[in-house]
Every structure is written in structure tokens, then in C-alpha cells.
Design a protein around this ligand. Structure first.
Ligand SMILES: [Zn+2]
Ligand SMILES: [Zn+2]
Length: 298
């Protein structure tokens, strides 16, 4: 069995995919026997209203347009039938986990879950108190203001955005990473209903820009290692697998694949399965670095 558990489609607004069919054929030609299409599931307009205005358009392009979901599912099921003798296609979603919208996501999964064969739950946004900009560079993390709704910031768009907003507001790189791993742990512990995904997407995405940081700000402190072990404990307890996501190897500022060597070793020691994910957003990315995955996981 050769499986890709994380790929995108032409329904991804920030991808460069002409037609998913091309990717499926490329995967089959490389000997993949199992292939999951896991498009970013839509988010509601209420969510985007809580993304700072200057980032809102870009945020909308991080996920599928709401009106596209049924077309997407219909098309992927047609491709699944068409190629069923060549490759086992799983129709899935990469579900966004934002705690305040977990109920919305559960409702979406309850409705469309019967049409899904596979899925991932991923974190690409972090919550900040609405007045986060009051913390200047190097400022202390702001305590959430009671009664004041949070705002949501995408955490993987650019190093500059993180440097100027997320890192100061969350107490620097350490606080940023703790917030990220904490959100991923919450995603593993959340109740996303009977169709909730059973695989956690790229759990160390907070490393994406690490090579841009000064050397002394990289890596995991002992406290952070404990937070990561808590996350792995939750994943194990709830029966999650991890996405062995090679997109990190394609990003110039990322030091390694997600989740990285340190986490991958501990996950395997705990018996948590690692599933290869190309995270393809273009046909040229199909099957990349499968050899790296094999070194670790097989
Ligand atoms: Zn994407
Ligand atoms: Zn993702």
C-alpha cells in the first residue's frame, strides 16, 4: 500500500491546480494505491468578520468557497468511480479547527459526513484578544478581556505578519508555539461529532518560518516539549493518526517536514500512526519526499 492522505484540488482558492484528475493520474503513475483528496472545508462569514479587515480577503482564499462544497463532493465522487480500478480514491476534507466555531464545523460534518471517506483536522488560525495590537513588539501577552470576542489571525501566511502581530501578542516565539500546540491539542479533544476527522494535519506548522528566526529563538524548550507530549497523549487517547506532511520540506524557511523528527519519533514510540501527506497544491508536488516518509514510518 502506498498512500497519500493529504492533497488539494481545483476548489482550493490559493492552489494552482487545473484539474484534480491530473494529480490522481500522476499519483497512480507513481504507484500510489490510495489517495485522499482533502480540500480545505469552508468557514462561515461570521468567522471572516473576526479576521482583521486588511487580512480578510486573503483569509477567504485559505478555504473553499461555501457554495463550492457540493460541487467538490460531486466531482470527487465521480473521479473515485472513474478510477476505481487504478487507485482507491478517498473523498475528504481538511477541516479548520477554531474553537469558537467547533459547533459550526460539527454541524457541517453532520450534514456532509455521509459523503466523506477521510479527513484531517488542522489549525491555520490563532485566536487573539480583540485589543491584541496594544502589545507592541516584545510586549507581554495580553490577557483575554472578559466578554470581548477574540479575533482570528492566520498563522502561516508570512513571517512578517507573525513577527509584527502574533509573536508580540502571544509573548514571542515560545508563546506563539505554545498557543499553536495548545490549539492542536484542543482540536484532538474537541467534539466534532461522529464524522470528526481522525488525523491531525501538520501539527508543527508553527515551525514554518523558523529559519527566519535568530538561532536562539528556534527549537523547543523543555516546557514546550511537555506541551507537545500532552498533545501526543491526547492524540493517542482519542485514536488520532498524524499527517506526515512534507510541505515543510518545500518551504524555504521551514527546517523540516511537519511534525519534524523530534515529534515523529515520540509519536511512533507511542504507537501513533504517521500517514504520508504531500499536501499537493500543484501537480508537480504529487509524491514528493515519499522516500523521507519511508525512512521514518515504514
Ligand atoms: Zn492549502
Ligand atoms: Zn493545511
Amino acid at each position: 500500500m502506498k498512500r497519500d492522505g493529504h492533497t488539494h484540488s481545483e476548489y482550493c482558492p490559493h492552489g494552482r491546480i487545473g484539474d484534480t484528475e491530473e494529480l490522481i493520474l500522476a499519483a497512480a503513475a507513481q504507484g500510489f494505491t490510495h489517495y485522499s483528496v482533502t480540500e480545505h472545508s469552508p468557514m462561515p462569514e461570521d468567522f471572516f468578520r473576526r479576521v482583521p479587515e486588511d487580512l480578510r480577503e486573503e483569509a477567504r482564499r485559505t478555504v473553499m468557497r461555501p457554495g463550492d462544497l457540493e460541487h467538490y463532493l460531486g466531482k470527487m465522487h465521480r473521479l473515485k468511480e472513474k478510477y476505481r480500478d487504478r487507485i482507491a480514491l478517498s473523498v475528504g476534507l481538511e477541516v479548520e479547527y477554531v474553537e469558537a466555531f467547533a459547533g459550526w464545523t460539527r454541524d457541517l460534518l453532520d450534514e456532509y459526513g455521509p459523503q466523506l471517506d477521510d479527513g484531517l483536522v488542522s489549525v491555520h488560525y490563532l485566536a487573539l484578544p480583540r485589543n491584541f495590537s496594544a502589545a507592541g513588539p516584545g510586549g507581554k501577552p495580553l490577557p483575554p478581556t472578559p466578554g470581548e470576542p477574540e479575533v482570528f489571525l492566520p498563522m502561516d501566511l508570512s513571517y512578517d505578519l507573525n513577527r509584527q502581530t502574533l509573536l508580540p501578542a502571544l509573548g514571542g516565539p515560545e508563546g506563539f508555539r505554545r498557543a499553536y500546540f495548545g490549539a492542536v491539542r484542543a482540536s484532538a479533544q474537541a467534539d466534532l461529532g461522529r464524522y470528526g476527522p481522525k488525523r491531525l494535519g501538520h501539527i508543527s506548522l508553527c515551525q514554518k518560518f523558523d529559519l527566519a528566526l535568530p538561532q536562539e529563538e528556534r527549537g523547543y524548550s523543555p516546557a514546550l516539549e511537555e506541551e507537545i507530549l500532552r498533545l501526543l497523549g491526547a492524540a493517542k487517547e482519542r485514536g488520532f493518526a498524524l499527517d506526515f506532511n512534507v510541505a515543510g520540506l518545500r518551504k524555504p524557511q521551514s527546517p523540516e517536514f511537519y511534525p519534524g523528527r523530534w515529534i515523529a519519533r515520540r509519536a511512533l514510540a507511542l504507537g501513533i500512526p504517521l500517514v504520508y501527506g504531500s499536501d499537493s497544491h500543484h501537480v508537480s508536488e504529487v509524491g514528493l519526499y515519499y522516500d523521507v516518509y519511508r525512512q521514518y514510518a515504514q
